[in-house]
Design a protein around this ligand. Structure first.
Ligand SMILES: Nc1ncnc2c1ncn2[C@@H]1O[C@H](COP(=O)(O)OP(=O)(O)OP(=O)(O)O)[C@@H](O)[C@H]1O
Ligand SMILES: [Mg+2]
Length: 315
């Protein structure tokens, strides 16, 4: 769906922000671009919707070279959530959300309907919030307006630059959960920039780890990046607790469970087989009996089994 081939961006002052980057992002996938400040994440993102022109290389969206497309047409296909929400301060919430639809020349009744629908989608009541200005919203509400604005013209591609960056950790968790639920409903191809590896692991189907100078270090599933970092830089970046992090994104390998089954009795916590290894470990640690029961099979799992199961669930 989005394809970057040998893309380099050198700014006029000589700074190489992105170095020979090749990346394939499939339709409907959330790709998290992650890395330290200044490693070229925003530059990469802004080249996709041509707010920045690459120095060399090609970028395709849905098979079309972006440089061959009319910019207006390109931006219709691509929603953009700007770092720190980037709302127009002198526009109301309604007017902010309507921006792209208005650019596209939709008639007013259609825009009004769409704006209400989008605000509903991000859980903001249009009657309460529609006529407010951005300074009359909380940080989290502003972020949601930013998401509603990006989705309004129903683009198949969504670029999100640190969309949940400016809010406290609890609001951030909630926004992340809401975003994942939203993504289940409106399957967009998403490129999401973050410097937070936990956010990347939680939201990304794929993670691209970048390093200073615009180098791509690793591009893989979260479980693979955590389980098998391909360089010291990545191992360092994902953190010394990467084994625990990987538990959260590792499914329970059903066929690697032992043969012992147990009855559902008090003191034994039940864990559905669709849960993560993290949930399973938590249940074994918490149960007085030291045993968890995987449903529906009724297989017994103890703390000591987790290591073996992790090996079995290697990506
Ligand atoms: N217009 C510009 N001219 C020169 N250098 C620039 C320009 N814009 C960005 N850079 C440099 O390019 C590099 C990458 O910047 P970019 O904004 O893509 O980083 P980032 O990964 O998004 O960082 P952050 O996490 O801080 O947002 C940085 O070294 C930055 O200083
Ligand atoms: Mg940035």
């Amino acid at each position: 769906m989005i394809s970057l081939q040998d893309v380099t961006k050198q700014y006029p002052d000589g700074t190489v922000a992105v170095h020979d980057l090749t990346l394939e992002i499939d339709e409907g996938v959330i790709c998290a671009l992650v890395g330290p400040s200044g490693c070229g994440k925003t530059t990469t993102m802004r080249m996709i919707n041509r707010l920045i022109e690459p120095t060399s290389g090609t970028i395709q969206v849905n098979g079309d070279d972006v440089t061959a497309l009319d910019v207006q047409e390109l931006r219709r296909r691509i929603g953009y959530v700007i770092q720190n929400a980037g709302l127009f301060p002198h526009y109301t919430v309604r007017k902010n959300v309507a921006t792209v639809c208005r650019l596209l020349g939709w008639d007013e009744p259609r825009i009004a309907d769409r704006v209400d629908e989008m605000l509903g989608l991000v859980d903001l009541d249009p009657d309460t919030f529609g006529d407010r200005y951005p300074h009359q919203l909380s940080g989290g509400q502003r972020q949601r307006v930013g998401v509603a604005r990006a989705l309004a013209a129903d683009p198949p591609v969504l670029l999100m630059d640190e969309p949940f960056g400016a809010v406290d950790p609890i609001a951030r968790e909630r926004l992340q959960d809401e975003f994942l639920a939203l993504h289940q409903r409106v399957r967009k191809t998403v490129v999401l920039v973050t410097h937070d590896i936990d956010e990347a692991v939680k939201l990304g189907d794929r993670i691209a780890v970048m390093r200073q100078g615009g180098y791509l270090e690793q591009f893989d599933r979260p479980a693979a990046v955590l389980g098998f970092p391909t360089s010291d830089f990545v191992a360092d970046f994902v953190g010394s607790d990467r084994a625990i992090k990987r538990l959260r994104v590792s499914p329970i390998p059903d066929d690697a469970l032992g043969d012992e089954t147990i009855e559902p009795v008090p003191g034994v916590i039940e864990v559905p087989v669709t849960a993560s290894l993290y949930d399973l470990l938590a249940a074994t640690l918490q149960a007085d009996s030291g045993v968890a029961r995987v449903t529906p099979s009724g297989k017994a799992v103890r703390v000591g089994d987790i290591d073996r199961l992790m090996m079995a669930s290697r990506p």
